[in-house]
Write a protein that binds this ligand. Structure first.
Ligand code: FAD
Length: 390
């Protein structure tokens, strides 16, 4: 069997990529990296989707009401507590031009929606991981050997899974660092003072974020050191601690569910190797502190799909190194800035060094005072400039 693409992965990035390629007329095989073929993950994780990502997705996908029903986030407030007894310092971001910074979306809902849309398309062949035996780079493309003896040849292989064995088989080198942190993802109900405002507080234990996605529903994401005692707290005690930290933003907190996610830094210097392209967390897995992980991947996907569609219509082979180099070059700077920037930011904001703390306060003070600087950050984080090209 011959396809133009094979996409390997079960995450949101793999599904958005597959849908968009198929919509542009490409035939592809989507291989799940889970044991069972199609099940979406059942997680309480949410994602802050920037207004740029949302506008792009709503242009590309039909009936995206699911994402549109959530209240828009119009303000992001960040609060830094001082190590000394001085007052806490707050910095606020708004989009003065567009009004909306983005929306908070439930990952499971998004995955379910993507699955439904993918299943409506005739040119995506979905197969399970259990059917895959070996992946081989050849001069023509990528050869997938299935357990039933069949082969699937593709011009390009899109790796969108963090399952190690495949990245190793293809000999891709990644920069990886264990952040020695775990994120508590807590789904809560309560009386939210302003559902259009997301809030992040830099506590001595780590950054805690309140992400509202309905009038009375929000997600709390708290990044903590792996040895933090907070990770061991039971529901009742945790409710009290969360309520105390977020009292100005939500009252009557009730915890619905708690998940723990190990945080890891991954950065791949290259977005392609021979006939393989990396898309999603496998290419850059960044700290959730800036809410940019999936937003970065959506930018990668948008550019990749646009480029392969353009070059295919001009008669190029999809694995022409020129196309892949152009894609990599155009995404390198943005990916590196956010990957290493969030890595550094996490270190600076969680530092208990008095000098670093004082310098950070001064820096935040300068940003808060400068309208231009704040709008520069907003333009970048909302992806507004980037998505203007689409
Ligand atoms: C706490 C938290 C908060 C976040 N908040 C935001 C946000 O606000 N905004 C934003 O843009 N992004 C955010 N992100 C990042 C965002 O969730 C991911 O970028 C998004 O889920 C897309 O992932 P993906 O499809 O690229 O990869 P994944 O979801 O990692 O999936 C890739 C594939 O790898 C597999 N896989 C995943 N983990 C494992 C494992 N341990 N072992 C084996 N296989 C595995 C999956 O089955 C999947 O097929 C957050 C992440 C976390 C952890």
């Amino acid at each position: 069997m011959k396809n133009e693409f094979t996409v390997f992965g079960s995450g949101i990035s793999a599904k958005i990529t597959s849908y968009l390629l198929a919509k542009n007329g490409f035939n592809l095989c989507l291989i799940s990296d889970k044991d069972k073929n199609q099940e979406p993950s059942d997680t309480n994780l949410v994602t802050f989707l920037s207004s740029g990502s949302l506008n792009y997705l709503s242009l590309m996908f039909p009936n995206l009401q699911l994402l549109m029903e959530h209240p828009p986030i119009e303000t992001v407030q960040c609060q830094l507590n001082s190590l000394s007894k001085r007052k806490s310092q707050t910095i606020e971001f708004n989009d003065e031009e567009k009004g909306t910074l983005g929306k908070i979306v439930n990952n499971s809902d998004l995955e379910k929606y993507l699955d439904e849309e993918i299943n409506k398309l005739g040119n995506i062949n979905r197969i399970g991981f259990d059917q895959l035996k070996k992946v081989e780079n050849t001069s023509e493309g990528v050869d997938l050997k299935l357990r039933n003896g069949e082969n699937i040849m593709s011009e390009l292989f899109i790796l969108s899974s963090t399952k190690k064995n495949i990245a190793e088989q293809i000999k891709i080198k990644l920069i990886e660092k264990d952040l020695k942190q775990e994120a508590l993802s807590i789904s809560i109900k309560g009386e939210i003072k302003n559902e259009n405002c997301a809030f992040q507080k830099f506590t001595p234990d780590g950054p805690i974020a309140l992400l509202p996605y309905a009038k009375d529903k929000a997600s709390v994401v708290w990044s903590l050191k792996t040895n933090s005692k907070i990770l061991l707290k039971q529901k009742e005690e945790l409710t009290e601690i969360v309520q105390k930290h977020l009292k100005e933003y939500i009252t009557e907190v009730k915890i619905v569910s708690i998940e723990k996610h190990k945080l890891k830094f991954v950065y791949s210097k290259n977005l392609f190797y021979k006939n393989t392209v990396l898309i999603g967390n496998v290419a850059h897995n960044i700290h959730p502190i800036a809410g940019q992980g999936l937003n970065l991947s959506i930018k990668d996907i948008a550019l990749f799909v646009k480029q392969v569609t353009k070059y295919k219509s001009l008669g190029y082979k999809l694995n022409d190194p020129m196309i892949l180099e152009e894609f990599e070059t155009n995404r390198k700077v943005d990916n590196a800035i956010y990957s290493f920037g969030t890595f550094a930011l996490n270190g600076i904001l969680s530092s208990d060094n008095k000098f670093v703390n004082l310098t950070t306060r001064k820096g935040l003070g300068l940003i808060e005072k400068s309208k231009h600087l704040k709008q520069f950050f907003v333009r970048s984080a909302t992806g507004r400039e980037f998505f203007r090209l689409f």
